[in-house]
Design a protein around this ligand. Structure first.
Ligand code: ADP
Ligand code: ADP
Length: 232
């Protein structure tokens, strides 16, 4: 579903250029939950931001659902991004909008009418357990509830892929578990392919099918998450 080919990213140029990614090859099979783990500064965030071209790679190709995103123009990219949802460590919600209207936001940008928007949001509120929070503002929500809103918003455009950028790093262990359970449910019931980055082995152990280790901008090892990791 996702394939990164010879992906490199340099920040800056000349003598002061920083190599954030070097010749990265990664395959994320359809329907899988794949993790990329590494220490701070290893290049995780750059890698995941290259998958939806929030960050433009210096060289290499980014295939998502059979399409090389690096070849697309702005309009093509905007359309391709409907297939790619993303959630973040700090949720990135709009504070001036209620839960309902945060989830509606990408659908409004897509030009859906009110009835169509409502039709999509109602089951998403149910899936994420937010039905009775629909008219609350983010400031009235816990961290876990905020991440649930972000997940519902990411799913609103009916993507094929969900990118998770340290999605549980700002949450306590118990809330982390409940968010990971929700992600696994989404993977299993909606068949969504998930690529996540994390610095926490516990996250990898609890939901990933396979994991790649990134170090100094290079993927140094890729493996199945072994049978000695017991799944909850
Ligand atoms: P991680 O997510 O694993 O912490 P990052 O992808 O954020 O790693 O960073 C990888 C490397 O690229 C680091 O050396 C970091 O300092 C550098 N880097 C990241 N973003 C930028 C930027 N916008 N400008 C310059 N250097 C950057
Ligand atoms: P604004 O003042 O920015 O227009 P509103 O709060 O009036 O924001 O909401 C805009 C639209 O969003 C409403 O007309 C309605 O269609 C929809 N909406 C907002 N909250 C809900 C909700 N809880 N259930 C259904 N639709 C909602």
């Amino acid at each position: 579903m996702i394939r990164l080919e010879h992906l490199s990213k340099f920040y800056g140029s000349g003598q002061s250029a920083v190599a954030a990614l070097q010749d990265v090859e990664l395959h994320v099979p359809e329907g899988s939950i794949t993790g990329v783990i590494g220490v701070s500064g290893a290049g995780k965030s750059t890698l995941i931001r290259c998958v939806n071209l929030l960050e433009r790679p210096t060289s290499g190709k980014v295939w998502v659902d059979g399409q090389d995103l690096t070849c697309l123009d702005e309009q093509g990219l905007r359309k391709a991004r409907h297939d790619i949802g993303m959630i973040f460590q700090h949720f990135n919600l709009l504070d001036s909008r209620t839960v309902y209207r945060n989830i509606a936001f990408p659908l409004e940008l897509m030009g859906l009418n009110k009835a169509a928007i409502q039709q999509r949001i109602t089951p998403l509120l149910e899936l994420t357990g937010l039905t009775d929070k629909r008219d609350n503002y983010p400031s009235a929500l816990s961290g876990g509830q905020k991440q649930r809103v972000a997940i519902a918003r990411a799913l609103a455009s009916r993507p094929k892929v969900l990118l998770c950028d340290e999605a549980t790093s700002a949450l306590d262990p118990q809330t982390t578990t409940s968010i990971l359970e929700l992600l696994r449910e989404i993977n299993q019931e909606l068949g969504l392919t998930i690529l996540l980055i994390t610095h926490e082995m516990e996250v990898v152990k609890s939901i990933c099918d396979s994991v790649a280790l990134i170090s100094d901008g290079r993927l140094v090892e890729t493996s199945r998450v072994g049978p000695f990791f017991t799944r909850p």
